[in-house]
Design a protein around this ligand. Structure first.
Ligand code: GLA
Length: 388
């Protein structure tokens, strides 16, 4: 071999060796987490701050007993209000409602589930508990020691110590700390969609980010938020998802039609499905809505494509999500006051002239249709279809 050739061979080998040290390692960790939108349960809407270790264990038990685990629900997340004080070394401890976080994590893991906690980049959480400001690395290590698998990181009082333009840096601090914690921990940002988080979320290590403020306990609020998500689809994908906040199924005065609207829309959005009602109290109908395997399969579709609006006529809204097997999930939503027929045209869906149509909530094949399909949709309700 002549000299220049030997030189070049060495150079190329050197570059390969460098690459194999850096990118695959970093990517392996990112790639393993939240490949599909996370499914789970969170304490906040059901309990607010009145939550204890035994409540969380009971919810984990329920998630196994009621079949939610079997359809994919996995994370059991404690939201705000578990924190106690820091000790003289600065190590965070839980408060008396959570006597032993490691034991709680072990319990959740023993059920085949994953364990989530909550903190803030600011000095205090939104409910006034201890935040992680100035203790990011230490807290990430503490969480890893407890066996934590998921961190929700909520802006709250960070607004007092950082400028809005420093938000990305503040979130990156914890993102880096989690990466160096020695444990894969899903990183969930909660900053209500400020600073166009979808543009920089992945670069701070986020696996999901809230795109909106809180949902309250009302259809009017979650439908307003949910139907506003159109346009964010290009920022979601395996490992990093838009999060329009939790499922309200089983909470407040939300009806079954309204619950189906939320679960259908969130699934079309490939959003995380995080239930929040007390699972010991939800009705059989709410449980069935949370656990419908065909609708969850739309959310969890391996292509990981967030759906989008394909038609809007007054209160009648049609959304479509392309699926990995070439079929399309379609939601016909009626945001009006009375039941209405809604027609979806196949040219808008992109399924060719005729399509086989399945109703996912009814678990029924409806037959093959030409050019369009029409269904009557109840007030505040949805007909959710799969078309091929
Ligand atoms: C904020 C978040 C909520 C919840 C509370 C807890 O409002 O948006 O999801 O975490 O804080 O205090």
């Amino acid at each position: 071999m002549n000299r220049p050739l030997i030189h070049w061979t060495f150079r190329v080998m050197f570059i390969f060796i460098l690459l194999s040290f850096y990118s695959p390692r970093a990517m392996a960790q990112e790639a393993d987490i939240a490949i599909k939108p996370p499914l789970g349960w969170n304490t906040w809407y059901g309990y607010l701050c009145k939550v204890t270790d035994s409540d969380v264990r009971a919810q984990a038990d329920m998630m196994v007993a009621n079949g939610m685990k079997a359809v994919g629900y996995e994370y059991v997340n404690i939201d705000d209000c578990w924190q106690g004080q820091r000790d003289s070394e600065g190590v965070i401890h839980s408060n008396s409602n959570f006597p032993d976080m490691k034991a709680l994590g072990d319990y959740i893991h023993s059920k085949g589930l994953k364990f989530g906690v909550y903190s803030s980049p600011g000095p205090k959480t939104c409910a006034g508990y201890e935040g992680s400001y100035g203790h990011e690395d230490q807290d990430a290590k503490t969480y890893a020691g407890w066996g934590v698998d998921f961190l929700k990181y909520d802006w709250c009082s960070a607004a007092d110590v950082y400028k809005p333009s420093e938000m990305e840096t503040a979130y990156k601090k914890m993102g880096d700390a989690l990466r160096q914690s020695g444990r894969p921990i899903l990183y969930s940002l909660c900053e209500y969609g400020l600073q166009r988080v979808w543009l920089w979320g992945p670069s701070v290590g986020a696996n999901m980010w809230r795109t909106t403020g809180d949902l309250d306990y009302k259809y009017d609020r979650f439908s307003l938020v949910g139907f506003e998500q159109n346009g964010l689809e290009r920022f979601a994908g395996p490992g990093h998802w838009n999060d329009p906040d939790m499922l309200l199924v089983g909470l407040g005065k939300i009806t079954d039609d309204e619950s189906r609207t939320q679960v259908s829309l969130w699934s079309l959005l490939a959003a995380p499905l995080i239930a929040s009602a007390d699972l010991r109290k939800v009705s059989a109908a709410s449980l069935a809505i949370l656990s419908n395997p065909e609708v969850i399969a739309v959310d969890q579709d391996p292509a990981g494509i967030q759906g989008r609006r394909i038609s809007e006529e007054g209160p009648l809204d049609i959304w479509m999500k392309p699926l990995a097997d070439g079929s399309k999930a379609v939601g016909l939503f009626n945001r009006g006051e009375d039941a209405e027929p809604i027609t979806v045209y196949f040219k808008d869906v992109g399924v060719g002239e005729s399509a086989a149509v399945r109703d996912l909530w009814a678990a029924k094949d409806l037959g093959t249709f030409k050019d369009s399909f029409t269904a009557t949709v109840p007030r505040n309700g949805v007909v959710m279809l799969r078309m091929k």
